[in-house]
Design a protein around this ligand. Structure first.
Ligand SMILES: [Zn+2]
Length: 247
């Protein structure tokens, strides 16, 4: 009898400890991001027709040595989609033109995030360069959990439910089985094995450049300009590069 009581207490405590550890692990951004990407990829896979393809966590290097990581590339009959998954919680606020958006957590704390629409456009631009193909790619930013009601007017930003509908939308340009297969093979051969460590190092260099008023894409100085919403810093390579930074 005594043995059973001790066993029960140990079992009960273990469950609490495991639960606490699980919650802590889920708070690690890398784990959280990974789980979000897995979830999105599972949902998309279920939706794909037999000859349609998906590539997850697609990585490559640009000619100037920058690393690019794309969450999902989907090649469907109705088009090519590049998806950026955001597994944030809380409320997300931002405008299409802003460089930084805000996440308001459940504890009412505010965090900055780089505008994911711009981030994904930049990924697509680099991908087209990398593949040297004349492709029409549709950009999608998918928030798996967050409240994105205030982002309603921003095109290409959606939740999981909306993503499923957008992926089925009819398109004027369609791809046949061979075209899908060809593009998939090009993507596979041009995919590179880049370690997380290298990718994170590259992101840090990019952030450092922005801080020092250097365009992260062209490595030239950012200069002060005047727009309709006041002064801002922009790349001196404009109009070839449209990078901007708030003052
Ligand atoms: Zn630039």
């Amino acid at each position: 009898m005594k043995g059973w009581i001790i066993f029960s207490i140990i079992a009960f405590c273990s469950i609490i400890v495991i639960d606490k550890i699980t919650k802590l692990i889920l708070r690690i951004p890398k784990v959280n991001g990974y789980l979000g990407e897995k979830r999105v990829s599972r949902i998309i896979k279920r939706q794909l027709k037999e000859n349609e393809k998906i590539l997850n966590d697609y990585r490559f290097k640009t000619r100037d040595g920058k690393t690019v990581q794309i969450d999902h590339i989907i090649i469907k009959t109705n088009g090519i989609f590049v998806i950026e998954t955001k597994n944030y919680t809380g409320i997300i606020k931002g405008k299409e033109s802003q460089l930084e958006w805000t996440q308001i957590s459940r504890a009412n704390k505010k965090y900055k995030l780089y505008n994911p629409v711009k981030q994904n456009e930049n990924h697509i631009h680099k991908l087209i360069h990398h593949l040297q193909q004349n492709l029409t790619v549709k950009s999608l930013v998918v928030f798996t959990k967050a409240d994105i009601k205030s982002l309603e007017n921003i095109p290409n930003v959606c939740n999981l439910k909306e993503m499923k509908i957008i992926l089925e939308e009819k398109s004027t340009t369609t791809l046949n089985k061979n075209q899908i297969e060809d593009l998939y093979n090009i993507l596979i051969t041009r995919k590179e094995n880049i370690k997380d460590k290298e990718h994170i190092k590259n992101i840090k260099i990019m952030q450092e450049n922005i801080k020092n008023d250097i365009c992260p894409h062209c490595k030239v100085a950012l200069i002060i300009k005047k727009g309709k919403n006041g002064y801002f810093k922009g790349c001196s390579n404009y109009p070839n590069c449209k990078f901007t930074k708030k003052i």
